[in-house]
Structures are given as C-alpha cells and as structure tokens.
Design a protein around this ligand. Structure first.
Ligand SMILES: C[S@@+](CC[C@H](N)C(=O)[O-])C[C@H]1O[C@@H](n2cnc3c(N)ncnc32)[C@H](O)[C@@H]1O
Length: 284
C-alpha cells in the first residue's frame, strides 16, 4: 500500500525524537486503566482538589496527531489519547503535542488489541477511527478496526452515550462497516457520503488532507451501543457478510473517478482484465 508506507525522513533519528518528546508519550498506559481522567488531570492548586477531566476520548490509529492535537486544543476540559502502532507516528504526534504546548493530550504506543488492558468499562466518551488502514483483502478482514469483533470489543469501554465514529476515503470500507456496526449491537446516529460538508467541525487529519488533494470524499458513520445489546442474528449476518472490500466496489469501475486507499492495485488489474473481457473476481 504505497501511500500508507511511512518513510523515515533523512536526519530523523527515531530514538532521539521519542526521548525528546517523552513527556507526551505514555510508555506504560496499563498503569492508568480506570483512572485516566483523574491521574492525568493537571495538579490541583493549593487548597483545591483536582477535578479531573470531564471526559476521555480515544483517537485509535492517530497517525501523526494533527486531529488529536486540534481536538485537544479546543476542548481543554477533556483528555485526548492517541494510540498507534507505528513508532514514527508516535514520535510525530508527541512532537506536535509538545511544540503546540498542549497539556490534555497524550500518545500511547499500543495496538487496538490492547484496549481492554488500557481502559476500564465505561471509561471512554468516544472512539474515533480516522482513515483506518483498510486491509481490503478478505484474509486480513479481522484486522480492520471496524470488523464486527473489534466493534464488539469497544462496546464495554464506552460510557453511556459514548460513540464510535468512522471517517474514511473508502466507500467500500464504509459500506462494509454498516453491517459490522449493526452486528456488533450499535445504533447508527448518522451515515454520511460527505462528512466534510455535513459535519464540518471535525478537524482535518493528515490523511484527509492528502487524500482530498487526490479527489477523495470523506465517508462516515457515527454509532453508539444499542440499549438492547447484540442481536445474535445480526452478529451472525455481520460475520457472514462478504469480507473482501472488492465486493463493495461499484460494478462499473470505469465510472470510479477516485480509487480508495489500498485498492489501487486491484482496480488497475480489474480494469485491465475487464478491458480484455474477463470477469471481476474478489481477491481471496
Ligand atoms: C491510514 S493511517 C491514518 C492516520 C490518521 N488517523 C489520519 O487520518 O491521518 C492509519 C493509522 O492506523 C495505525 N494502525 C493500524 N492498525 C492499528 C491498530 N491495530 N492499532 C493502532 N493503530 C493502528 C497505523 O499505524 C496508521 O498510523
């Protein structure tokens, strides 16, 4: 996936950056499970007790932290946590937090698999998935942050009224995610084909900026755990749904004027195959 590959810039010494911006990185986030809002709040002034943050928000797959920092800057009473598996992203996000003097954001070098070790039930007010890695192939579907099993895992971590928001350049990923949210027991709050126009308050992410310059629209879903919980039939349907994102592309690939991230190779091959009169086949 050409665009998602993160190159190390010349003169970039990762260890040195991680050390320089260590104040914005939490290396042992497991320690704070259940106490993020209070443990990370600014120290109380003499004679007063620290109130703690009003809410804890998670930017899962935060990348280089532009969205995280912008959210934190405009909402000082909440704590914003960014999580990413890429050390380079952690270094950039920490640098941004430090250089912008933001005191209510931290980055956590962890993957989504560790969520239950980091957060207690009801601890998060929201989970944001901005342009998550799409993993278009069927065999990697379980890695998608919107796979039904991942979404089921987020449910207990959200406080009452808490939300999960997906924003993506990929109509196939968004369309796939609809049944996954349903199956995981979520109620859809909104579904959008143009998040930038319909929800302009979201700060722009690095990927949004790059992909919009190539003509991408932003598709999205915002959902909250349904009070009735998970319906086994819907969960079954989500598991049984087609897991290759190729199946969610429009039939007429020539009408596609923007190819979603990660699907460039497939679309090119399929266009060539169709030009030769062969049928489109989803990747294994
Ligand atoms: C396409 S980038 C988007 C970054 C950022 N959200 C944006 O919109 O600019 C996806 C990010 O998700 C991270 N990521 C992928 N799988 C992850 C996982 N299981 N847990 C945490 N981060 C993950 C990647 O390292 C990458 O930085």
């Amino acid at each position: 996936m050409g665009l998602t590959h993160i190159r190390t810039p010349r003169n970039f010494v990762l260890e040195e950056r991680l050390e320089r911006y260590a104040d914005a990185i939490e290396e042992r986030p497991e320690t704070y499970r259940g106490s993020w809002a209070h443990a990370c709040a600014p120290l109380a002034e003499p004679g007063r007790t620290a109130a703690g943050f009003d809410a804890v928000h998670l930017d899962l797959g935060c990348g280089k932290g532009a969205y995280l920092a912008a959210c934190a800057a405009r909402d000082p009473h909440a704590l914003y946590l960014g999580m990413d598996t890429e050390p380079i992203c952690i270094a950039y996000a920490a640098q941004r937090i430090a250089e912008e003097g933001i005191s209510n954001a931290l980055v956590l070098p962890r993957s989504a698999e560790s969520l239950t070790r980091l957060f207690a039930p009801g601890e998060l007010a929201s989970i944001t998935l901005n342009f998550p890695t799409p993993f278009p192939k069927r065999k990697f579907a379980r890695k998608r942050l919107v796979h039904v099993d991942q979404l089921i895992g987020y449910r207990p971590l959200l406080r009452s009224g808490g939300t999960v928001t997906l924003r993506t350049d990929s109509q196939p990923l968004r369309d796939y995610a609809l049944a996954q949210f349903e199956g995981a027991g979520y109620e859809l709050i909104w579904v959008s084909d143009d998040v930038r126009a319909e929800h302009p308050d979201f700060p722009v992410t690095e990927y949004e900026q790059r992909l919009a310059a190539r003509g991408a629209a932003v598709y999205g879903i915002c959902a909250a755990p349904r009070v009735g919980g998970i319906h086994p039939e819907l969960a079954e349907r989500a598991h049984a749904a087609e897991q290759s994102l190729v199946a969610y592309l429009p039939q007429d690939l020539d009408a596609l004027d923007y190819v979603p991230l990660g699907m460039e190779g497939f679309v090119l091959n399929a266009r060539n195959r169709e030009a030769k009169g062969k049928r489109r086949v989803p990747q294994p």
